[in-house]
Design a protein. Sequence first.
Length: 90
Amino acid sequence: MTIWQKRVFNIVKNIPRGQVLTYGEVAQKLGNKNLARAVGNALNKNRDKAVPCHRVVRSDGRVGGFNRGSAEKIELLKSEGVKIINGKIR
DNA sequence: CTAATGACCATTA
DNA sequence: ATAATGGCCATTA
């Protein structure tokens, strides 16, 4: 567990149910929007279900990756009321 | 130390 | 609309 992961998780942990943030938005909350890639890198290693890492998506509306597969990520989001059309948010 | 990798993003063609 | 490109940063080999 690195200090970077703690910073990322603290943001992601506060995402309400049914809401999503982009990797870039999370990066901006950390002070620098260029951290988007590193944010995904941290979430990739997360296996704690207390942090809803499935609520972080890409800026182009696609869901992005997931450690258990993108399909599972989509199902989780749909079960929370997030609308996904043709693999894209909204 | 360097180099490669990745759940990204904005720009360009 | 899609595809390629360059850049960004933390982690890992």
